[in-house]
Design a protein around this ligand. Structure first.
Ligand code: ZN
Length: 198
């Protein structure tokens, strides 16, 4: 089984016919499930419905389940929160996490890096007007006030300092974080600290 056999997490692709017989289709559930490789490495997020289909087809096993249950053809199944593939799949991943507002907020815990207030905007540490790049290393989450006060000035001019240099996030968790809220029950599998929220 290759990763192409799995549905896209974004759901942007056209609907595809599932290899599992239609009679095995569970009742509708709207949840999302974290899909782990056989090695427990996080792969992607799939709909809970898709996860249930994988479990019913013995292509995955439930690792963690929620309170909700679904009734398939002949079985009642707790809706899985985390599932693990029964067979290992090799997955080529992009080298770097795409830079997005949501991903920056996630990396910086939705907190202004300058004052610790709730972040509402993105700030270029070296202002773009001064040649600052739109890259992970030069973009931080900031509150509106700090962003406004700092304007087109450098940190040195402001007398401000960053708690740590901004970096591109790495690690398997980040493939999921740029565009999705993280279920707290996924955290241990994603290696997330408590301070990271989506
Ligand atoms: Zn601030």
């Amino acid at each position: 089984m290759s990763i192409t056999a799995l549905p896209p997490a974004s759901g942007r692709a056209a609907p595809r016919r599932d290899p599992v017989a239609p009679t095995a289709q569970p009742a509708a559930t709207t949840g999302a499930t974290l899909l782990l490789n056989a090695t427990y490495e996080p792969l992607c997020v799939v709909s809970s419905r898709r996860a249930i289909v994988l479990v019913l087809a013995a292509k995955a096993e439930s690792v963690d389940v929620g309170d909700e249950e679904v009734h398939a053809e002949r079985v009642t199944l707790a809706v899985p929160v985390v599932v693990r593939l029964t067979r290992y799949v090799r997955v080529p991943f992009p080298v770097q996490v795409p830079l997005s507002r949501r991903a920056v907020f996630t990396r910086d815990s939705s907190t202004c890096v300058y004052c610790g207030a709730s972040a509402t905007s993105i700030d270029h540490v070296v202002p773009r007007s001064r040649g600052g790049t739109h890259t992970w290393e030069n973009v931080v989450a900031a509150c509106r006030r700090c962003n406004h006060v700092k304007a087109d000035r450098s940190l040195a001019e402001m007398g401000w300092a960053l708690p740590h240099p901004p970096r591109a996030p790495s690690g398997t968790a980040w493939r999921l974080l740029g565009h999705r809220t993280v279920d707290p029950r996924w955290r241990e599998w994603l290696g997330l600290t408590e301070s990271v929220s989506a």
